[in-house]
Design a protein around this ligand. Structure first.
Ligand code: SAM
Length: 300
């Protein structure tokens, strides 16, 4: 059973919010197999396999076709999202990068980082330790100097980041991918404030900015998440996706970052799908098409 979110809750990669990281990696594994011209994440499949949730392994390995469980919109969404963050880091070209809520993201092992780059990956302890252990056992070598930081983003994560060697005097490329909806609204604001405080001029940030709900949107989103959770439950994977997110009004990330002094640009998922020649979304109860992928640069 999925427990409702509470302050200080924790998880591994098979439970609660941790399972969303495994599902994201499973979708990247499917997307990579379908067509690796946009994204190629060779570590997604072995990482999901190592987590050991039977259904997610079968989907990631292709033993079970995605069918209704992982629709084309989710697969195409994973392609444009992964590509967006890959390009963000490569375009930034900065030698200090921080991947917040890194989950099973393998960028520290697969992107051609500039020589001398240090990549900090921050997530809950069981999540970062699992990835470090699993990729080492697979013989994977990071393509940058990778430093894993075990911390909760609702706590003193800057202290943990500094203890790992992070230098706020150097410009940083930050990403917060697939994260903000899993934080309470005030924790999202605090996170963006803290990123800004830790950012030297020339720093960059990338994240998603979800539009605030119109009347009826949240009910539709919850119904849709419940439908997907039900499909997964009937395939013997128990997750209650609507319980993992925080709903309600919150500051939208793009204008909030702009208010903190970041020069912000963004493209919606709808625009990114079209730009990559992928089909438009048909049903969109989750308002995925309106999600804005945002880049910011600090020129202060
Ligand atoms: N960024 C990864 C990706 O796109 O594949 C993972 C995204 S997954 C949907 C959400 C991630 O956020 C999980 O890895 C989870 O552990 C992390 N996360 C959520 N809330 C967190 C918190 N309070 N502290 C640390 N990590 C958190």
């Amino acid at each position: 059973m999925t427990s409702p979110r509470r302050d200080g809750d924790t998880w591994d990669l098979a439970s609660s919010v941790g399972a969303t990281a495994t599902m994201a990696a499973m979708t990247r594994a499917i997307a990579t197999r379908a067509d690796d011209s946009l994204i190629a994440d060779p570590f997604a499949e072995p990482l999901v396999r190592a987590v050991g949730v039977d259904l997610l392994t079968r989907l990631a390995t292709g033993e079970q076709p995605p069918g209704d469980l992982v629709g084309q919109a989710a697969i195409d969404g994973a392609k444009v999202r992964t590509r967006f963050y890959d390009e963000f880091f490569l375009d930034a070209g900065l030698e200090q990068a921080v991947i917040l809520a890194s989950g099973l993201d393998s960028r520290a092992y697969r992107l051609p980082w500039p020589a001398g780059t240090v990549v900090y990956e921050l997530d809950q302890p069981e999540v970062v330790e699992f990835k470090t252990r699993t990729l080492a056992a697979l013989g994977a070598e990071p393509t940058a100097e990778r430093r894993a930081v075990a911390a909760d983003l609702r706590d003193d994560w800057p202290g943990a980041l500094r203890a790992a060697g992070f230098d706020p005097a150097r410009p940083t490329a930050w990403s917060a991918e697939g994260l903000l909806g899993y934080l309470p609204p005030e924790a999202q604001d605090r996170l963006l404030d803290t990123i800004t405080e830790l950012s030297a001029p020339g720093s960059r940030v990338a994240t998603e900015s979800r539009p605030n709900p119109r009347p009826g949107d949240e009910d539709r989103t919850k119904r849709s998440l419940n439908r997907i959770s039900e499909l997964f439950r009937s395939a013997e994977f128990d997750s209650d996706m609507a319980k993992l997110r925080y709903f309600g009004e919150r500051n939208e990330a793009a204008p909030y970052l702009a208010g903190l002094g970041w020069a912000v640009t963004g493209r919606t998922v709808r625009e990114l799908l079209a730009a990559h020649g992928l089909p438009p979304l048909e049903e969109d109860d989750l308002r995925m098409g309106d999600v804005l992928y945002v880049r910011g640069e600090l020129t202060k």
